[in-house]
Design a protein around this ligand. Structure first.
Ligand code: ZN
Length: 121
């Protein structure tokens, strides 16, 4: 795993046997971070005992309506989270409408002329 935060290149490599058993969910209940070759897995919410730990296999850039389905299919993952379950049940016109809404929203956020928010003190 490698991340470039400006001028600081962070890199972790290793084989973490126990955490390799953690399955995917688009709505994860754990996140992970690294300090050198030490992996830290932390719960994102309170969980009942024996709850299966799940984290997202997807990079944040794929966590949108189109990207989730495409990336999970590539890895032959049939995710049972609420997002994927909902996506599979949608009609084609509804899917196209949501993709259009997401595209419009992404463009609006990227355009400083459209999103002109004053700072709230
Ligand atoms: Zn999912």
């Amino acid at each position: 795993m490698e991340a470039d935060f400006g001028t600081h290149l962070l890199r972790s490599e290793g084989l973490w046997i126990m955490t390799s058993y953690i399955n995917h969910s688009c709505v994860p209940n754990v996140n992970r971070s690294f300090i050198g070759d030490f992996q830290i897995v932390r719960a994102t919410r309170d969980m009942a005992e024996d709850t299966e730990l799940k984290w997202s296999y997807l990079a944040p850039m794929y966590c949108n309506f189109e990207g989730i389905g495409r990336e999970l299919a590539r890895w032959h993952i049939n995710c049972d989270c609420a997002i994927c379950t909902e996506n599979r049940s949608l009609s084609e016109p509804t899917k196209k409408q949501r993709i259009k809404f997401l595209s419009d929203l992404t463009a609006a956020i990227a355009d400083p002329k459209i999103v002109d928010c004053e700072r709230v003190e």
